[in-house]
Design a protein. Structure first.
Length: 597
């Protein structure tokens, strides 16, 4: 017979390959999902942090001019002379180069004796009325708040600007005029170009209508909408829905976003301004290396599977050949053992039958006595255990009642402490208000000092730096006190809720004390009954045990004889059964080896 190169059957090959393929597929699938989730989470966190960074940098570009505008308004309200106003405008403009100009217009129109002056000494053309300009009318409508206008092209410098303005009133709430400044949008574009997120990520700032405030194509600013250029499906993600989500969530610092066709889109509102930051870019910027390594891992796993298949096939082939040799030897030896085992089994079965008939009657009688004794013993043990457990239960209930009372007292003390803490928190409000007032005064004094330092020229340069830092410190203190007030409010609310919960808990504890006391009385009655039961069961057990001892002495000798015969019979039967099994195994191994060869 010609020998096969590989004697493995299709079933054996399938059993070798299939488990490895399942394990490899599960491993690759799980690894891919885990890594994908990790990269998605990391990408989301990174984009969110970059969005916060962009929003922070943009706010830094326009918030300082707004603060300066407020300070200008405060000074003009106290010093309304034209020379003083001109000095304030020029000094402020020198400190904020990101603004094209600072300016002031009186409440009266030019045709009615009013005037407008700017930090760059711009002269209004004939027929120009500053009171009709959007920055003036918008500030008056804002009632003392800073007004931000629509972006426009500044004819003096040829750049897109956004005007911020604020109405100024005297102590009698009479309008003095409006102060304003123009922020150059090129500063925002420079900030976005300096921030790196990924190689292909683009960042834009748009207004409430989606019009570009920043774009690499200058002609697109305020002429094209981002949503007209967007590549996502506007039927699902439309401009109105996006801007509504931003407006609802922006005050909580929540950014929105989604991924479509391999491109991520994320956006957020800029705090204190009606503008929005939108970022988009390919997800491959963050997952490119992941695809490469997944292919490498897949190749390595495939190679390992092929190696395991070859190794298992070789080991299986070697095992089959050994099985064939062992099977032939077992068949010969087992046939002899089977014959001898059958002869011994026949003799031992005859002897065992005779002994079993003698033992049967005595065993039934003794078993009945032992069963009664065992049941009575169990009853006595259970009664004693019950009595002991009930005693322990009574003690535990007494301890629990005491503990519940201690808990009720401690809970009452806790409620009183929380209420006292609420009173102390109220005193903190006065301190925070005093700090905020001092910071406001320091801010005004610092700005006046800056003006004086600017007038002093080179000699006041160092003093000007100190005054600027004091003003920034005052701004920081004011922001800090706002956050302290918010935290105090949260603490007071939590304290009130905790008092209500503790008072409700006290009522439940008192109900538990009453229930435990009632349960303790019932356990005491059960304890007395269980002690009587345990005593009676113990007496009955003693009598039954004496009767059972006599019967057991009679059975001892008969059982010893029967056990010896049964052991011999069982051993003989085991030998016979084992011999038959070995013969079947040997024949099966021999048949399998012949089929494979």
């Amino acid at each position: 017979m010609k020998k096969k190169l590989i004697s493995l059957s299709f079933k054996q090959i399938l059993l070798i390959v299939l488990p490895l393929a399942v394990v490899a597929s599960f491993t690759c699938f799980s690894f891919t999902n885990i890594i994908s989730d990790i990269i998605t989470a990391d990408t989301t966190r990174y984009i969110a942090s970059q969005g916060d960074k962009v929003e922070y940098e943009v706010r830094l570009a326009f918030e300082p001019p707004i603060f300066a505008l407020n300070t200008v308004a405060e000074n003009v309200s106290r010093h309304s002379a034209r020379s003083d106003i001109n000095s304030v405008l020029k000094a402020t403009a020198s400190q904020y180069p990101q603004c094209a100009a600072f300016y002031f217009g009186t409440a009266r129109a030019m045709s009615n004796g009013g005037y407008q002056m700017t930090s760059d000494d711009w002269e209004a053309p004939k027929g120009f009325e500053h009171t009709e300009r959007p920055w003036f009318t918008g500030a008056v409508s804002a009632s003392g708040e800073v007004f931000s206008g629509e972006p426009y092209m500044n004819s003096r410098n040829g750049k897109m600007c956004i005007s911020f303005s604020r109405a100024i009133y005297d102590s009698d709430d009479t309008l003095i005029g409006v102060a304003g400044c123009d922020l150059v949008l090129d500063k925002l574009s420079e900030i976005l170009s300096d921030l790196y997120i990924s190689p292909n990520t683009k960042t834009y700032i748009v207004d409430q209508k989606g019009l570009y405030l920043t774009n690499e194509i200058s002609s697109a600013i305020m002429t094209r909408s981002y949503f007209d250029d967007a590549e996502f499906d506007t039927r699902v993600h439309n401009a109105t829905t996006m801007l509504e989500n931003i407006s609802l969530n922006a005050m909580d610092g929540i950014g929105e976003g989604f991924v479509e066709k391999g491109i991520f889109y994320t956006w957020r509102k800029i705090a204190n301004a009606p503008w929005f930051i939108i970022m988009q870019g390919p997800t491959s910027d963050f997952t490119g290396s992941f695809s490469f390594w997944m292919k490498v891992i897949a190749a390595i796993v495939t190679a390992l599977i092929l190696g395991c298949v070859v190794l298992n096939a070789y080991l299986q082939e070697k095992t089959n050949r050994r099985e064939a040799k062992v099977g032939e030897q077992l068949i010969t030896e087992v046939q002899t053992l089977v014959v001898a085992a059958k002869e011994n089994a026949a003799t031992s079965q005859d002897q065992s039958a005779a002994v079993k008939e003698i033992v049967a009657t005595m065993t039934d009688n003794n078993a009945l006595s032992e069963n009664i004794s065992k049941k009575i013993t169990d009853v006595s043990s259970v009664a004693q255990k019950t009595s002991s457990d009930v005693s322990d239960g009574v003690s535990y209930l007494a301890e629990n009642v005491q503990k519940l009372r201690e808990i009720a007292d401690a809970n009452t003390q806790t409620i009183e402490g929380i209420k006292a803490l609420g009173g102390k928190i109220e005193n903190i409000w006065d301190i925070v208000t005093l700090i905020n007032s001092v910071a406001d005064q320091a801010k005004i004094i610092a700005f006046n000092a800056e003006l004086e330092a600017s007038s002093a020229g080179e000699a006041g340069k160092n003093f000007h730096i100190v005054a600027t830092e004091i003003r920034r410190l005052a701004d920081g203190i004011i922001d800090g006190t706002k956050e302290i007030k918010e935290r105090i409010t949260e603490i007071q609310q939590s304290s009130d809720r905790l008092v209500l919960a503790s008072e409700s808990g006290t009522e439940k504890i008192n109900e538990g004390v009453a229930g435990a006391a009632s349960l303790s009385e019932r356990f005491e009655s059960i304890k007395n009954a269980s002690e009587v039961t345990a005593t009676s069961a113990s007496d009955i057990t003693t009598i039954i045990q004496q009767q059972s001892t006599a019967s057991e002495q009679i059975l001892i000798t008969l059982k010893q004889i029967a056990a010896g015969v049964e052991n011999f019979t069982a051993a003989t039967e085991n030998i016979s059964t084992t011999s038959q099994n070995l013969k079947s195994i040997a024949e099966g191994l021999n048949t399998r080896s012949e089929e494979q060869s």
